[in-house]
Design a protein around this ligand. Structure first.
Ligand SMILES: [Fe+2]
Length: 237
């Protein structure tokens, strides 16, 4: 493993898994069952084509999933366990999440040509998130870059408004999901430092909650999908 860049908020590592485990992850990612997410999610806009995604796997050191829960639980006996083990063994995980966020999720995504994901900050109940790239090869001209705003721009700076959450009216500091003018203004005003990373195979990004980020468009010249395993670190409730 090679640390490419580390800040207080995120770490980027290359050659994250041993070559033999990376090979297994390539197979794992190809062999999942994928579906388009049928739910509207506010980071997407109508210009984005949502990626294909697999079911979710959950890691928790002690708690078992209740019977009938459609998610899978670690250990799965698949190559995904190697990735989860590797993440859990990093210093960045131990320093940032091991005490306050015991559980972790994992899901495979295929960002096909034309797929992208607009600005969002993975806030909510998450303590942090990660993305691991497991396509056989990528190219700097194929798009799919992850872009990160490094400035601290808390949700609190967004206007408080009544919004719908699971159909219920609640008050939240949030952006207008239709035109996003308020979010755009906030990012224009406050962003002074940004980072982007190519989705290099066998690279991982692990980040703390609250950083604004987006996934750039995967271009039509990409010969296959941008493939990632991504998930969240969750506090125990
Ligand atoms: Fe995200």
């Amino acid at each position: 493993m090679r640390v490419v860049r580390e800040t207080a908020d995120y770490i980027i590592c290359d050659d994250f898994l041993e070559p033999k485990d990376f090979e297994l992850m390539l197979q794992y990612a190809q062999l999942q069952d994928y579906a388009r997410n049928p739910k509207w999610m506010k980071p997407w806009d109508l210009a984005d084509r949502p990626p294909w995604q697999s079911g979710e796997t959950v890691y928790h050191p002690s708690r078992r999933l209740p019977p009938g829960d459609p998610r899978r639980q670690y250990p799965t006996g698949t190559a995904l366990d190697r990735l989860i083990d590797r993440i859990l063994s990093t210093k960045f995980y131990r320093n940032n999440f091991s005490r306050n966020a015991k559980s972790m999720t994992a899901r495979s995504y295929l960002h096909q040509q034309g797929a992208s994901l607009d600005w969002h900050n993975d806030a909510g109940r998450f303590a942090g998130a990660y993305a691991y790239y497991c396509h056989p090869r990528w190219h700097a001209s194929w798009g799919g870059e992850l872009m990160i705003v490094e400035d601290d721009i808390p949700d609190d700076l967004l206007p408080e408004r009544e919004i719908l959450e699971d159909g219920q009216i609640v008050k939240r500091k949030s952006w207008n999901v239709i035109h996003k003018d308020d979010l755009s203004e906030l990012l224009f005003e406050r962003t002074t430092s940004a980072q982007f990373l190519f989705p290099v195979p066998n690279r991982i990004l692990i980040m703390r909650r609250g950083l604004w980020h987006k996934i750039g468009l995967v271009k039509n010249n990409a010969p296959f999908a941008r493939c990632s395993i991504a998930g969240f670190f969750l506090p125990d409730d």
